[in-house]
Ligand binder design. Structure first.
Ligand SMILES: C[S@@+](CC[C@H](N)C(=O)[O-])C[C@H]1O[C@@H](n2cnc3c(N)ncnc32)[C@H](O)[C@@H]1O
Length: 151
């Protein structure tokens, strides 16, 4: 168990859940239509994935920690193909087509995130970040400590 949690620290933010008011704020800022896709980078226990699935969105969550990925999968499995939990390092693969991306990372990863978003979504995507801003970018909106960026 220690290996699962400590291993994540080498490549990303440790597990800490987004609070419920901020989950609501994130979904409000994402402003998606049912059927549109939310990608969550580091989905933890699936709290945001579950809320987004309940709202009718298609959701893909990456989670490196296999224990957290298992919890997220168990919490959301009733949504079938509407939800995918991928147990993987999200920095490695090409990211799937998405209408919005949700992250709760750490400041030191925000520039890397910015670069990868620009590379992966040349036609644009919304990025919603809880707690941390993307350097040198102005958020389009802010709600309860959650920032919306439009690429
Ligand atoms: C701060 S927690 C946020 C959890 C969830 N997004 C939420 O808001 O409730 C960050 C999560 O990202 C995961 N994570 C960090 N780096 C990762 C990486 N490179 N690939 C996949 N998951 C990662 C951690 O294991 C942790 O569960």
């Amino acid at each position: 168990m220690l290996v699962c949690f400590a291993g994540v620290l080498l490549v990303g933010a440790p597990y800490l859940p987004t609070l419920s008011p901020q989950v609501s704020a994130a979904l409000t800022l994402a402003d998606l239509q049912p059927g549109q896709t939310l990608l969550e980078l580091g989905c933890g226990d699936g709290k945001v994935v579950l809320a987004a699935a309940k709202a009718g969105y298609t959701v893909i969550g990456y989670e490196l920690n296999p224990l957290m990925a298992a919890v997220a999968w168990l919490r959301t499995r009733r949504y079938g193909k509407q939800v995918q939990i991928r147990c993987a390092n999200f920095w490695q693969p090409n990211w799937p087509p998405a209408d919005a991306i949700f992250v709760f990372l750490l400041p030191k990863y925000m520039t890397k995130l910015d670069n990868k978003v620009m590379q992966q979504y040349p036609k644009g995507v919304k990025v919603i970040s809880f707690a941390f801003r993307i350097p040198n970018r102005e958020p389009k909106n802010t709600l309860n400590g959650v920032f919306l960026y439009k690429y």
